[in-house]
Design a protein around this ligand. Structure first.
Ligand code: ADP
Length: 403
């Protein structure tokens, strides 16, 4: 079976086409600047051939059409028959409290999904547009929604409840939701495979450290708590996002800057994090380089980030009920040995000892802690698209068993 995975942003569309038997990516690509005159669709095929398509894409419908035309093209295409696509897995950022697992979208589900738009006004509308466009263009092909929030729906009530008047939860569903759930779940599953233990028997904290960063405590195979909250602005310090701050700072900044609240939210979302501290860059490679050259601000930004992760890990140990494995993933987690070292140094008191040779050398999946260390430390490259494809196949399998 072949599964197409789609991630629709407001002016972009990313895709991967998987062969589920071999688990191979047959083709992948990205359309950018949809709706603008210089839209570009870039495809990369399994045999490393690259195709650039500069045909104008006025909207997402045209982008999906161009994708299907490319995949089915007689000369350069990869699908002999469009009916080979057994299902489409869509990344949907927010499922609210409605969705604890992935679902096949039918008219009733689509209506419920409409309700989630207000919880993620930037992300969910383009995600849902992708579902609508595919439903129209691929009649009979199941469209599956896979949510970033679903994995965290197992959090206990005491972990997701905010200490503000309870009616905001009752009336407006204000609570901790958490994000990056597709990644945390994939990485936790892989960790169990690498350690050759059952996921249910492990106490894990997964560290998704990318431009957006979050932690997740996993025990009994479930997410017990996570660092992000009602929105992806909270929790860890990030590239440009502030993470947890004193909420009173918001009104302080409104007063000080004499600007509307929306401008302050812009500062907290786009001008804060390690970028805000350093004044240099949100990119950790630039910061490492500048710190090496002696920039104190770059060094401070890196230390604030490392401490925020270590502090977050410490705060999640009660949720995990202990710690067997600490797992690094995403851009920084997978590639920055310096950042892993800084974080682990803060955590040596819980029995974390890195094997420096493995840490420096490794960007590949595996254990990087010393043999005798109490807590295993691992690098597990995340693969959210693969997880979405696997989820899609699982959902389709369950449906075919039911019928
Ligand atoms: P997202 O998917 O959230 O956009 P990624 O997971 O791709 O982000 O991570 C992007 C971040 O990873 C960037 O800040 C980048 O600087 C960082 N990164 C990538 N490679 C390295 C590296 N070798 N050393 C340090 N940071 C890195």
């Amino acid at each position: 079976m072949k599964i197409l995975v789609l991630n629709c942003g407001s002016s972009s569309l990313k895709y991967k086409l998987f062969d589920m038997e071999s688990q191979e990516v047959l083709s992948q690509g990205q359309a950018d600047r949809i709706g603008m005159p210089d839209a570009l669709f870039r495809h990369e095929r399994k045999e490393q051939k690259t195709f650039l398509d500069k045909t104008p894409l006025s909207d997402h419908r045209e982008a999906v059409n161009a994708l299907l035309a490319f995949l089915g093209d007689a000369k350069q295409g990869i699908l002999a028959d469009m009916r080979d696509i057994g299902g489409v897995g869509h990344r949907v950022v927010h499922g609210g409290e409605h969705f604890q697992t992935s679902v096949i979208v039918n008219p009733a589900i689509r209506e419920t999904l409409e309700d989630t738009k207000k919880l993620a006004p930037l992300h969910n509308p383009p995600n849902l547009m992708g579902i609508d466009v595919c439903t129209g263009l691929m009649p009979g092909v199941p469209q599956v929604a896979v949510f970033d929030t679903a994995f965290h729906q197992t959090m206990p009530e005491y972990a997701y409840t905010y200490a503000i008047p309870y009616r905001y939860y009752k009336e407006d569903h204000v609570r901790r939701y958490g994000f990056h759930g597709i990644s945390h779940r994939y990485v936790a599953n892989q960790t169990a495979k690498i350690l050759q233990q059952k996921l249910e028997d492990l106490k894990i904290i997964t560290c998704h450290l990318g431009a957006g960063s979050s932690l997740c405590a996993v025990s009994s195979g479930k997410s017990q708590d996570t660092s992000m909250g009602f929105t992806p602005l909270s929790g860890l310090v990030m590239g440009t996002r502030c993470g947890d701050i004193d909420p009173a700072l918001v009104s302080f900044l409104v007063e000080k800057e004499q600007v509307p609240l929306s401008s302050v939210m812009e500062i907290l979302n786009r001008q804060s994090g390690v970028f805000g501290i350093s004044g240099i860059s949100p990119d950790f490679r630039d910061l490492e380089e500048e710190a090496r050259r002696g920039s104190k601000q770059a060094h401070l930004a890196l230390m604030v980030y490392a401490y925020s992760v270590a502090r977050g890990v410490g705060s999640l140990i009660p949720a995990a009920g202990g710690l067997d494995a600490l797992v690094f993933t995403a851009g920084i987690g997978e590639h920055s040995s310096a950042m892993r070292r800084r974080i682990c140094e803060f955590l040596s008191w819980i029995g974390i000892v890195l094997d420096e040779e493995k840490n420096v050398d490794s960007t590949v999946e595996g254990v990087i802690s010393r043999e005798a260390a109490k807590v295993k430390v691992l690098i597990v490259p995340t693969d959210e698209e693969k997880m979405i494809a696997q989820e899609t196949r699982e959902v389709l399998k369950k449906q075919s068993i039911r019928h």
